[in-house]
Design a protein around this ligand. Structure first.
Ligand SMILES: Cc1cc2nc3c(=O)[nH]c(=O)nc-3n(C[C@H](O)[C@H](O)[C@H](O)COP(=O)(O)OP(=O)(O)OC[C@H]3O[C@@H](n4cnc5c(N)ncnc54)[C@H](O)[C@@H]3O)c2cc1C
Length: 312
């Protein structure tokens, strides 16, 4: 059973740190899919010390928690999350220059704002990320990438909280590969990232950023809530093409649909439920396997409700 006295302790400590706290907050308001029921408490983290203190309590009491960035790669259950959400967002989003070509950003920064900051300082290398709607923490966790670039190409190091200790970890030690990082396996929390960029003409940076954004608007179903590419690319293939070749363009379950604009995206046509989306994902996986022999691994992370939560 989730222990109510522990959540009270966590909330008290969060308030001591001056964090915003909401109880029974619906996660549908914090995910790009616009799906997800309530959590016990939703805490907007405002410092590394605060996060460290709250995690210490949660760990000691074995209380379930989930670290949320911009919620752009997540599908939460309609029943919600039976624990506390530590939200790393605008209250934890300082960006600064360490030297002429190096940027440090707190994990709650929007990746788009980091791209803008790089542009304003005449720094190239991050253009590929302009338009990825995640946070710095989520982008490192996922090794987010687009248009031939990946976070791995520009990341130098990150500050993390791991087993109660704050430390810096070099990007070479993060096991970064296509949509993968070591953080997906070891439960570390990323609190800050350092990016190495290079001096570049501002107009060149801008025209690349504009081009990528335009391509996104033309190709992606941004007019509907979604979680980005629903599936990872199988080696040498494109998930969207396999789905299309399997005859699933526009296929729907309830209010969830394989986007007609881009088959790699499952969209929420309006009030889609968690069950609609998960059933659609399973149908797509099964059909694509039968028709093409490829398994489509989910890129979107599905977070099912557990009445007795296991810690994230
Ligand atoms: C329209 C659209 C387009 C997209 N385009 C792209 C694209 O081009 N390329 C791409 O790679 N992705 C893309 N995505 C997916 C998504 O934006 C990325 O995966 C992004 O990196 C997720 O960041 P987030 O802050 O939203 O993470 P969340 O969705 O909040 O969380 C995702 C996972 O990261 C973990 N996490 C978040 N922050 C931290 C932290 N500080 N420490 C430890 N763990 C953390 C969470 O616990 C969770 O497990 C797109 C999504 C949408 C909706």
């Amino acid at each position: 059973m989730v222990k109510d006295n522990v959540i009270e302790k966590i909330i008290r400590k969060a308030k001591e740190h001056g964090c915003q706290v909401a109880t029974d907050e619906y996660l549908s308001g914090h995910t790009t899919f616009k799906i997800g029921g309530p959590c016990k408490a939703f805490i907007s983290i405002n410092s590394i010390d605060c996060l460290n203190d709250l995690i210490e309590i949660a760990d000691k009491e074995n209380y379930p928690y989930f670290v949320l960035g911009k919620g752009s790669n997540l599908l939460f259950d309609d029943k919600g999350f039976n624990g506390v959400i530590f939200h790393l967002g605008s209250d934890f989003s300082k960006i600064s220059l360490i030297d002429e070509t190096t940027i440090k950003a707190e994990a709650g920064c929007s990746l788009i704002n980091v791209c803008r900051f790089a542009y304003e300082n005449g720094l190239g290398g991050l253009e590929f990320a302009f338009g990825i709607p995640g946070s710095v923490g989520g982008a490192v966790y996922m090794n987010a990438g687009a248009y031939g670039g990946e976070i791995k190409d520009v990341l130098v190091s990150a500050k993390v909280i791991y087993k109660g200790k704050i430390s810096d970890i070099n990007s070479n030690d993060m096991d970064l590969s296509y949509r993968h990082s070591i953080f997906q396996n070891n439960g570390s929390i990323i609190t800050e990232a350092v990016f190495k960029l290079y001096k570049k003409d501002k107009s060149e940076i801008k025209s690349l950023m504009d081009d990528y954004l335009k391509r996104r608007k033309n190709k992606q179903p941004l007019e509907y809530p979604n979680g980005g590419s629903t599936f990872k690319r199988p080696a040498g293939q494109f998930a969207g093409k396999l789905i299309e070749d399997s005859g699933l363009r526009g296929f729907s379950v309830g209010n969830a649909e394989v986007s007609k604009k881009h088959c790699g995206f499952v969209i929420n046509k309006g009030n889609a439920t968690f069950e609609d989306v998960t059933a659609l994902i399973e149908r797509v996986q099964k059909t694509v396997m039968e028709k093409t022999g490829f398994f489509l691994e989910c890129e979107v992370e599905v977070v099912r409700y557990k009445s007795d939560e296991v810690k994230h």
